[in-house]
Design a protein around this ligand. Structure first.
Ligand code: BGP
Length: 477
């Protein structure tokens, strides 16, 4: 009973929020590097404000992240101490191809990740690699307009071929695009899109989405040719939408809102565009830039497993029922506030049962193994005079969510491969660029303005998670 014997417990990070070293080792500039902390982050991330260079008026937290680039040995030793079985990280594309369109990769970049993977293997930790986690070389935006250009598929193909060939034997678990549905909400961060005045944004987004979906299927094909053991996964920013009431209009709205997200996995896992989406595109005059062979590629190369992030559930209201209620806060995909739920310091609804419901919905729909690759509580931590953080609130959140996952496995029969919490060592927030929004078991001395020693200190949750892993999820106290 309980979790499978080789259940993969661990933590998850992303190069743009963790790694730093933005101008070291031959790395090129990336879209995520120019996303500042502060009020301009959102208009830049959503593509409304064009900002493609660093300037003196902003602070850019991704430049240094929390310096995994220089501290990976120290960090991996901490993961090993907690007993991690898996560590999720991402490759910075511009470390491998600084501009994205070079003929040859940057050896120094390849070597860096090879060293990291070897360090993980030393402790028996399985690396899980997100090929793109919101990042791309800025040159691909300036020169080609980001993912709305079909050429991006070729550059991505080149990237994955290099990665799969080089890291065969070191990495088995791959994810093609982090939170692929984020492109609908933060298209510059998700796909390097900026919009001209009067441009049909939905058309541009779905062209970019099609290219990413084709690139994802192509990566799956290439991966299996290079090593049939490779596991290639999709990744969704999940969190089920509940109807705000039993009014059928709200129920129908929830169906629409859920489909907006499931659409991506429908294509990646079932291998074809779902009928409801094709009808919508037809109605709205959206043209999907299908090329010869795309349909077959999507159909023949579905993903091997389905990964997702879960932070909170959402709530849908039909426009007739919205009154003056405003959209609430959440992980990029937003809904209305649910009166039954408490919220985090950042207003994200806390809903462990929603986690179980989400897992069931996804598993029922696709019948493929699932992997939870992000979950956690972003909270303000206040270290005591010794620098120690007693983060019981974080332990409580994680305990309830792990229990919900256990219920999904034990009581509902969901096939679950593993679980990685978000940001096991504090890192920069994707949505706000803050350091003060912390998820970690390890405190990092760095503030929102970039000041601090970067020293690492274990929090109370460190020993708690260690025990959870040791007992394979049996001891959650
Ligand atoms: C997801 C991202 C992560 C991470 C997380 C927490 O959207 O995949 O990169 O940042 O959410 O969000 P935030 O950092 O905004 O709190």
């Amino acid at each position: 009973m309980g979790f499978r014997e080789n259940f993969l417990w661990g933590g998850a990070t992303a190069a743009n929020q963790y790694e730093g070293g933005f101008d070291e080792g031959g790395r090129g500039l990336a879209n995520v590097d120019v996303m500042p902390h502060g009020a301009d982050r959102q208009p830049i991330g959503t593509g409304q404000m064009i900002h493609l260079e660093h300037d003196a008026d902003h602070y850019y937290p991704a430049k240094l992240g929390v310096d995994f680039y220089h501290r990976y040995k120290e960090d991996i030793a901490l993961y090993a101490e907690m007993g991690f079985k898996v560590f999720r990280m991402s490759i910075a594309w511009s470390r491998i191809f600084p501009n994205g369109d070079e003929a040859e990769p940057n050896e120094e970049g390849l070597k860096f990740y090879e060293d990291v993977f070897k360090e993980l293997k030393k402790y028996g930790i399985e690396p899980m690699v997100t090929i793109t986690h919101f990042d791309m070389p800025i040159h691909l935006i300036k020169e080609y307009g980001g993912w709305k250009n079909r050429k991006l598929v070729d550059f991505y193909e080149k990237l994955v071929t290099v990665l799969f060939t080089r890291y065969k034997g070191l990495v088995k678990y791959w994810i093609t695009f982090n939170e692929i549905n984020v492109i609908l909400h933060w298209p510059f961060m998700g796909a390097g899109l900026n919009f001209e005045a009067g441009e049909d944004e939905k058309q541009a987004k779905y062209a970019a989405i099609h290219h990413e979906l084709v690139a994802s299927a192509l990566a799956t094909k290439i991966a299996h040719e290079i090593d049939p053991e490779f596991m290639v996964g999709s990744m969704l920013a999940a969190g089920i939408f509940y109807p705000a009431s039993p009014d059928p209009k709200d129920v129908h709205q929830a169906l629409i809102d859920n489909r907006e997200n499931f659409f991506f996995v429908d294509v990646q896992a079932r291998g074809e565009y779902p009928a409801y989406a094709l009808k919508e595109f037809e109605r709205e005059g959206i043209e999907i830039p299908f090329e010869e062979g795309d349909k077959e590629l999507l159909k023949e190369h579905p993903v091997d497993y389905i990964t997702f992030s879960y932070y909170q559930s959402n709530m849908s209201k039909h426009p007739d029922n919205r009154g003056d209620s405003e959209v609430g806060s959440g992980n990029i995909v937003l809904g209305y506030d649910n009166p039954y739920l408490e919220v985090s310091d950042w207003g994200w609804a806390i809903d462990p049962l929603g986690f179980r419901i989400t897992m069931n919905e996804i598993y029922d729909r696709y019948q493929k193994p699932l992997f939870v690759v992000e979950n956690g509580l972003g909270a303000v931590d206040e270290p005591d005079e010794n620098g120690y953080v007693a983060d019981d609130y974080r332990i409580n959140y994680l305990r309830d969510h792990i229990q919900a996952m256990k219920d999904a496995v034990e009581l509902d029969g969901v096939d679950m491969l593993g679980y990685t919490t978000w940001g096991p060592i504090d890192l920069v927030s994707a949505s706000t660029g803050e350091m003060s929004k912390r998820y970690g078991f390890v405190y990092v001395d760095r503030d929102d303005a970039g000041e601090g020693t970067l020293n690492r200190t274990k929090k109370k949750s460190f020993d708690w998670y260690k025990k959870v892993i040791e007992s394979n999820g049996e001891d959650l106290e």
